[in-house]
Design a protein around this ligand. Structure first.
Ligand code: ATP
Length: 324
């Protein structure tokens, strides 16, 4: 299948620019299994793509040039933590696709970030997925969806989901995806509590807590435990989804960042149906009954003084796509 992500002819503007966007994710279920010999943990997770998007614009150019604006950039909101060199996943995605396709890695890439960095929302993964889609179109590499998914998995555990979007069960280190047909809308408020948390540090803290007995050992057969949350995402009601939210990384994230406890409490007091730390944090994902309730909840949490950024979002939304 050629240009699988475009669903049509290449959309290239007058100045040759191609624009793609990709969504943030929330882990509505995250069970962490044992540490593997390769240093990753075995996961069982249910990903939900939500309506907070980063945009990548790719233009013809010589060599790779990269600019970043918005969340996590030097001039943007929050601490500047997004690199603009080879360490950026966008850069790595461009080089990987060029190598795969046997073309020169020539592109000017502008990343416009709305997804806070290092927040457990897979912002870097979204940018990498959007870059693959944009450059596939710019370079005419005609990669299949399968090709792009394979490249995505090489870039990071969450990148295949950023490409796929919607709802999916993730196993392995999160990169092995089974799509879940769940179109029922759910509304959330994302509250980012303080500065970014490093994902490896949070996993390390969980390992330490399991060793010293302050966290329960990993659950055997954790894959099965995803069924109730998948059923709730498919058919509701919101109370069923609220009852099934779970994240093994919440306890270590709270231990590293004690103010997260206050943030979770603030969400409950403001009327969230449930609240959970997303991924490795420090984002709190607060579930609302519907869109109106989410808008009210966002207003109330913005005034609570515990979050640096608050956003009302909904899911599921599609993965990385070209925008017209
Ligand atoms: P995870 O996917 O592990 O949940 P996260 O969502 O918590 O990660 P990201 O926003 O992806 O966090 O950023 C994690 C780190 O990756 C950042 O601190 C930054 O150093 C690096 N990084 C590389 N490329 C990017 C990018 N395009 N956007 C944001 N961070 C990036």
């Amino acid at each position: 299948m050629s240009n699988a992500m475009t669903g049509g002819p290449r959309r290239i503007a007058g100045d040759g620019a191609v624009v793609a966007r990709a969504p943030a994710k929330v882990n509505v279920h995250l069970r962490v299994g044992p540490l593997r010999p390769d240093g990753f943990h075995e996961l069982s997770t249910v990903y939900l793509a939500v309506s907070l998007f980063d945009t990548v614009t790719a233009r013809p150019g010589e060599g790779i040039a990269l600019t970043v604006r918005g969340e996590g950039s030097a001039a943007g909101q929050g601490p500047a933590s997004v690199p603009t060199d080879r360490r950026n996943l966008v850069w790595q995605a461009a080089e990987l696709l060029a190598r795969h396709a046997g073309v020169a890695a020539d592109a000017h890439l502008d990343v416009d970030k709305s997804i806070p960095a290092a927040a457990g929302l897979a912002g870097g993964s979204a940018d990498a997925a959007a870059t693959l889609v944009a450059l596939d179109a710019l370079w005419g590499t005609r990669a299949t969806r399968g090709d792009l998914a394979g490249l995505a998995a090489q870039l990071g555990s969450d990148v295949p989901f950023s490409l796929m979007g919607g709802v999916a069960l993730g196993t392995g280190r999160g990169e092995q995806l089974s799509p879940v047909l769940a179109r029922r809308r759910c509304d959330w408020v994302l509250g980012i509590a303080g500065e970014g948390l490093s994902t490896p540090t949070v996993y390390g803290e969980l390992d330490a807590m399991r060793t010293d007995g302050t966290a329960a050992p990993h659950a055997e057969g954790a894959g099965d435990a995803a069924e109730p949350v998948i059923a709730a995402l498919r058919s509701g009601p919101t109370s069923a989804l609220a009852a099934t939210l779970t994240n093994d990384l919440q306890a270590p994230a709270v231990r590293l960042r004690p103010e997260l406890r206050r943030a979770l409490q603030a969400a409950a007091e403001a009327g969230a149906r449930a609240a959970v730390v997303s991924g490795s944090g420090p984002t709190v994902a607060a579930l609302a009954e519907d869109e109106d309730a989410a808008v009210r909840l966002a207003a109330s949490l913005a005034g609570a003084g515990v979050f640096r950024t608050v956003r009302a979002v909904h899911g599921p939304v599609p993965g990385a796509r070209l925008v017209g």
